[in-house]
Design a protein around this ligand. Structure first.
Ligand code: G3P
Ligand code: CA
Length: 275
């Protein structure tokens, strides 16, 4: 195992808005992403799924039942069906008192293409906003999620990092196979292996073949901080999800993780002294 200690002068922890500023606005909507940008997030996280007609949309669950007024699996619906649904009014107003339901594009189904356009506009205005895109249900479609994703990234010139500076996009997945496919087709694109638990063969800090960055859940960090040290010793960057509580932000800071993925970018940035 290589021993690559990180430099003592680390850049600040990157703050990634999980499904947008999803505590304050309905997840995966333009409203949530605009709020995250306004709050100062460094990057936006989104989950992508394929519709029945092969479009990538930003939806977390297999079905649309929880986050819209419709029913059914994303994979069984066409984009035109999804476009008739309201992805905003499910949001609980008691939990998110600042949320004013807005009909129209802000709470319609969000395509990955539209999110890439938004990020492009922000970057064109001079802010180095990044995207962390997670492939969902990659086994069902046997490579089509990654193929469509890379096709879209290529159209936006995002399928490889610029000669200088960080990549504006990274691809994340719980599926090592999905990352392997991405890595095979776009070898320079950063890939993050997400983990809900640490499998025995990865306990020493190793990552699966297609992965370059480790993405442990916050539960792993709390229960096994030594594992984070092992990942660092193995030379991997560590991006933790989903970090919402101040004590978790503090622990991640203490352990020197490189990025935290949070539903509350505004509060986290403020805790880190960046607002
Ligand atoms: O950012 C990684 C995290 O989003 C993974 O869990 O279920 O929220 O997609 P989930
Ligand atoms: Ca996700």
């Amino acid at each position: 195992m290589t021993h690559a200690r990180l430099p003592s002068h680390r850049p600040p922890i990157q703050v990634i808005a999980h499904r947008g500023a999803s505590d304050d606005a309905p997840e995966h909507t333009l409203a949530a992403y605009r709020k995250a940008i306004e709050d100062g997030a460094d990057a936006l996280e989104c989950d992508v799924r394929l519709t029945a007609d092969g479009q990538l949309v930003c939806v977390h669950d297999r079905r649309v039942n929880r986050t819209s007024n419709g029913r059914g699996a994303v994979s069984a619906l066409e984009l035109a069906d999804l476009a008739t649904l309201d992805f905003g009014s499910w949001k609980d107003h008691e939990e998110s008192p600042d949320w004013d339901p807005v009909p129209g594009e802000l709470t319609s189904v969000l395509t990955l293409e539209r999110l890439l356009e938004l990020a492009h506009d922000v970057r064109a205005a001079g802010r180095p906003l990044q995207l962390a895109i997670e492939t969902k249900h990659p086994t069902r479609w046997a490579g089509q999620v990654e193929e469509r994703l890379l096709h879209l990234l290529k159209r936006f010139g995002l399928d490889s990092p610029p000669a200088e500076g960080p990549s504006p996009v990274r691809v994340m997945s719980f599926s090592a196979r999905s990352l392997y496919r991405v890595r095979a087709a776009a070898p320079t694109l950063p890939t993050v292996f997400l983990m809900q638990f640490v499998s025995p063969r990865l306990r020493d800090g190793r990552l699966p073949a297609g992965a370059r960055i480790a993405g442990p859940g916050m539960r792993i960090v709390r229960n096994n901080p030594g594992y984070i040290e092992r990942l660092h010793r193995a030379g991997h960057r560590v991006h933790v999800w989903t970090v919402n509580e101040p004590e978790d932000v503090e622990l991640c800071t203490r352990l020197g993780v490189e990025a935290i993925i949070t539903n509350r970018p505004k509060q986290v940035l403020s805790q880190l002294g960046r607002s």
